[in-house]
Design a protein around this ligand. Structure first.
Ligand code: SF4
Ligand code: SF4
Length: 366
């Protein structure tokens, strides 16, 4: 088993006729927009069919329709007065939302409200990504996370991965439903030949197929499992992330997750657990207002600046630089147009900051 080189770990189709927001004011003039593959929610952007055991329904919950354009609820922010400010200690990692908010799924808990018709953040071209990578390397960034939306919908993803991997370790976050035989072979060959490490992160939301499909759509579990088996057959060991709902014991979930993968004939995956965030579509799924939470009043001595990922990373989308990949739809999360502008402390005003603080989570691989 070839373990994907350790680098130092949202994953994330298109609607017919979607474009990459040609009129976006953030896109440099003269650059052509990326075009979405013609068959968004069902098809691979490649001619080759995706690895699949059946069709993938576009609704997130069996029997329930999920609108692609649910009303957005405002993020829940605390008064910024006395919340701790997270300094940027070093810029080690950059998240690049290469697929924007475009995804072949419409998961009911998606914290960035992605879907086939969601173009709030546009898909990024290889040229745009290369500029961000160069900017980041100039500021000391040592690894890159490619996310979305679903990165494998980006028609330039392979060039983006190869170009970036020539310079630094790369992790691609995916929902695992769009692997094809050719693409898996490409990933395996690249993993073996690259100078830097290439990691794959595949996301699951439950340890049981129906529960997972209730979040992601009927058929999602089967399709992702087919992808994971194909990766393993090529000697790849992806990181599989499982969603941990509030109150679920970490050790219990880890054991159940390992057992679920073994039952699917998978033995090489590594596990990572991630909490749910009350952001984006998850706010709609919860269905009722939550009690306000805030880090305001956290005693200065209790604040550990090493605890949070926003002390060492930033996220870029087609719309600018954000404090982290969680807050790309929150006005408070945007820090500027350049990484240099975003190299400043961030007041931990959002409810999601409370989740990060309480769980100690990091979106990174470790
Ligand atoms: S959570 Fe679901 S809808 Fe959101 S990016 Fe991931 S796969 Fe796509
Ligand atoms: S949501 Fe988490 S990672 Fe993002 S700014 Fe708040 S604490 Fe930092």
């Amino acid at each position: 088993m070839t373990r994907q080189n350790r680098s130092s770990a949202s994953d994330g189709g298109f609607g017919a006729g979607l474009t990459n927001a040609a009129e976006s004011p953030e896109r440099p003039s003269g650059e052509s927009p990326l075009r979405a593959p013609p068959d968004a929610a069902e098809a691979s952007p490649e001619a080759e069919p995706v690895l699949s055991t059946g069709p993938l329904a576009r609704t997130g919950r069996p029997g329930a329709s999920v609108s692609l354009h649910e009303p957005r609820q405002p993020g829940r922010c605390a008064p910024s007065g006395d919340v701790p400010a997270q300094p940027l200690l070093e810029l080690d990692a950059l998240w690049i939302q290469v697929a924007g908010t475009v995804c072949n799924l419409t998961c009911t808990h998606c914290f960035v409200t992605c879907g086939p018709q969601e173009e709030r953040h546009a898909m990024m071209s290889s040229a745009e990504v290369a500029r961000r990578v160069a900017e980041a390397l100039g500021m000391g960034v040592r690894e890159f996370y490619l996310t979305g939306g679903e990165p494998f919908l980006n028609p330039e993803l392979e060039a983006i991965v190869e170009d970036t991997l020539a310079l630094a370790p790369v992790t691609v976050l995916t929902n695992g439903t769009l692997f094809t035989e050719r693409r898996v072979r490409w990933l395996a060959a690249l993993t073996r030949s690259a100078r830097h490490s290439l990691e794959l992160r595949v996301s699951l939301d439950a340890t049981e197929p129906n529960a997972h499909d209730a979040f992601r759509g009927i058929g999602a579990w089967a399709r992702t499992m087919a992808g994971l088996r194909a990766l393993e057959a090529e000697g790849l060991a992806p990181i599989v992330t499982f969603t941990r709902a509030p109150g679920v014991d970490e050790a219990t979930l880890a054991a159940a997750a390992a057992a679920a993968l073994r039952a699917e004939g998978l033995s090489g995956a590594r596990l990572k657990l991630l909490p749910l965030f009350a952001l984006g579509r998850e706010l709609t799924r919860l269905g009722e207002p939550l009690a306000p939470r805030s880090l305001a009043g956290l005693p200065a001595g209790a604040f550990d600046p090493e605890r949070l990922q926003c002390g060492r990373s930033r996220a870029v989308t087609s719309r600018g630089v954000y404090v982290c990949p969680l807050l790309v739809d929150e006005a408070a999360g945007r820090m500027g147009d350049s990484l240099a502008e975003a190299a400043r402390p961030f007041p931990l005003v959002h409810d999601a900051c409370v989740t990060c603080w309480a769980t100690g989570m990091s979106c990174a691989n470790d």
